[in-house]
Design a protein. Structure first.
Length: 342
């Protein structure tokens, strides 16, 4: 759990959406550096209004996790984070009992003269219940005014057993804990904002889990959209730097077939951030060589990139009217929604 900043005002995006509409929601996200695609904005709006979880699928590095984090950051909301993996247990997702503390309490009660049955009954109280991330988010929502954000990342790595654990919680807002009772929030108006993220490569999520969600697919941004995203994420970056990076990335994606694992939006963002941190204003051949680690994620890919250094340098130095137009548009147009999204 990542608590919100108590020194800052928190915003309930559901109320903001109801009062001011989708454009206000997009503007809020843009101020945090996230420029949203039009279709994704519409689907996010449906999820917020209906209080249902939003399931976002799409290729890696396209901005799925960034959206969930941007929403939590822009609204200053407490965030619960569940990372999909094979060995998640009921303790990670829902609950567990503090067995050591329970045993110690029973011993103390017996030493004080309590009957065994009375001492054992005191074990199963809230004091000894440890909540996992998912159930913890719903309990938090039941006692706080502003909803938390529950991010379930790489949901396609969840096992069927973990998916089944989530069904009651995501469908009803509460889960039953044996020997204790129900935990969560029954009123859907108070449910946490739940966002599930999936690369859709490990296994297909079950129909019951999907049926509890609003579904959307996040396409990778077009090169034109990517220029605007880089502009929004790094307002201090110069047009020259954004233009150089756009030409470099476009060259790798379009003109270097030997590089099979193409850099995505995440790699573009990481590269611009590294260049800005080093005080770079324009790309050179040496700088491209020094930063290949941001573009290639396998040994073979790095070798192919190094063999294509001359091609990349030529692409950066060559005037590209189309990319020039994209970057000029990104720096001139302050629209908060990517207009090319379908």
């Amino acid at each position: 759990m990542l608590l919100n900043d108590p020194a800052k005002e928190s915003v309930d995006p559901r109320r903001k959406l109801e009062r001011e509409g989708l454009d206000a929601l997009a503007s809020m996200l843009a101020r945090s550096g996230y420029v949203i695609q039009g279709r994704l904005l519409v689907d996010l709006g449906h999820a917020l209004r209906s209080r249902k979880p939003l399931l976002i699928e799409g290729p890696r590095g396209g901005g799925k996790t960034a959206l969930a984090e941007a929403l939590a950051s822009a609204c200053n909301l407490t965030t619960f984070y569940l990372q999909g993996m094979d060995d998640l247990t009921i303790a990670d997702v829902l609950y567990s009992w503090d067995r050591e503390a329970q045993t110690q309490m029973v011993r103390q009660e017996l030493a004080a003269g309590a009957r065994l049955k009375e001492a054992q009954d005191k074990q199963f109280t809230r004091e000894y219940l440890i909540l996992g991330e998912a159930l913890g988010a719903f309990e938090y929502a039941s006692i706080q005014e502003d909803p938390p954000v529950l991010i379930i990342d790489e949901a396609d790595k969840l096992t069927e057993k973990v998916e089944d654990m989530l069904l009651q919680l995501l469908g009803r807002g509460w889960a039953h804990v044996p020997r204790f009772g129900a935990i969560g929030v029954r009123d859907p108006a108070r449910w946490p904002i739940v966002i599930l993220l999936s690369n859709d490569i490990r296994h297909d999520l079950s129909a019951p889990l999907r049926s509890r969600c609003i579904y959307t697919w996040l396409d990778p941004p077009t090169p034109k959209e990517e220029a605007r995203i880089l502009r929004a994420r790094f307002p201090e970056a110069s047009p020259d730097l954004v233009r150089d990076v756009a030409k470099l990335i476009n060259c790798v994606r379009r003109d270097m077939p030997a590089v099979r694992d193409k850099p995505g939006l995440r790699e573009s963002i990481d590269l611009v951030g590294a260049l800005l941190g080093a005080g770079v204003g324009r790309l050179t051949a040496d700088l491209i060589d020094d930063h290949l680690c941001f573009l290639g994620k396998r040994r073979k890919e790095l070798l192919n990139l190094r063999q294509g250094l001359a091609r990349m340098e030529f692409a950066v130095r060559t005037v590209d009217p189309e990319i020039n137009a994209w970057v000029s548009w990104a720096f001139a147009d302050q629209n908060c929604v990517l207009e090319e999204a379908a």
